[in-house]
Design a binder for this molecule. Sequence first.
Ligand SMILES: [Zn+2]
Length: 401
Amino acid sequence: MPGKMVEPTLLHYSVHMILILQLIMLPVNADASEKLVEDLFHYIDEHQDDFVQSLKDWLAVPSDSSDPRFREELIRMVHMTAERIRTLGGTVQLIDMGFETFHGGQTIQFPPAILAELGNDTDKATVCFYGHVDVQPAKKEDGWKTDPYTMTEMNEGNLYGRGATDNKGPVLAWIHAIETYINLKKDIPVNLKFIIEGVEETGSPGLEELLKGHKEFFSDVDYIVISDNVWLSRKPALTYGTRGNAYFFVEVESGEKDLHSGTFGGIVHESMRDLVYLLASLVDTSGHILIPGIYDDVAPLTEEESKLYESIEFDMEEHKNNTEVNTFLYNTKEEILQHMWRYPSLSIHGIEGGFAGIGTKTVIPSKVIGKFSIRQVPNMQIPVVEKLVRQKYIFTYRLMH
Ligand SMILES: [Zn+2]
């Protein structure tokens, strides 16, 4: 998440925990279940300050996985998490993830990953919780109003700090929910498993191998829960899918070396000029993708699905304020949700090469690389998307030359 992104709220945190408690609770008889809910909520109210303090302690650890200077802190964060699960009575394995090589050749230890379990009653279902305790970089200069690693309360109970929503808050909410059951000596109606990693923000290197190498651990898991998403409104919600992504690089090379525009401008093909043309031909300013055939496979919007959007709680103004954008491309809640969730989008991310500094420079760069990606939805297929992008570029290239 970018530095400016608004991180979570006290309200969200308690709602999150309640959601987890409800998830853990299985229907028993109505009276007993009412009493259980009452006891659990009473415990939460009484211990709210402790829970918030825990979150504050966790947010104070700069477990930034992208920067080798924070590696010790990141490893400490994983151990703190393991310790909390052990305190609940869980069995914890710390899995060695090997070494990571950074740009520039520096090699350092990956933080270990946690595989843990609590309860193994064969009569109960097993819920596996995934979470991560690393964070993205956060500096005051990135636009934070307060120190990102000092959790601060502002705006009526909102708690701000790096990692509060993504993803330390949700990990702690699970731990606190389980702790609530244990301290009240209530039977937890499910077996619990945890997989918690420390390099999610850098693309989860090694996670796939970890999963493949521990098939036995996951063999009895009935449900996996991932609490790692942004809040759409103040109402708890379940995410049951996200859009996929196909990332493209387009490289344009016009010669062996950079040239001066005073001497060569006007007589040569220019890599940057051609690249900008190529990128601009992909999408228009209203967000419509201009690659022929790209919308062909997109699942059509049925009347039934269309109706679902009406009842979804979503405040456009609040979303606009939280994300600090000026205007959205669409004016209705329904259109915004559909374009966020069920239609593809194309974003141009940047250009490598050429002149990007302050001031003027009249260079004609010899080689530039453009980067863009297409968010994919049901029923799009990556090989088809790739083929359509290639066809589009072969066609545009023919027009240019
Ligand atoms: Zn996350």
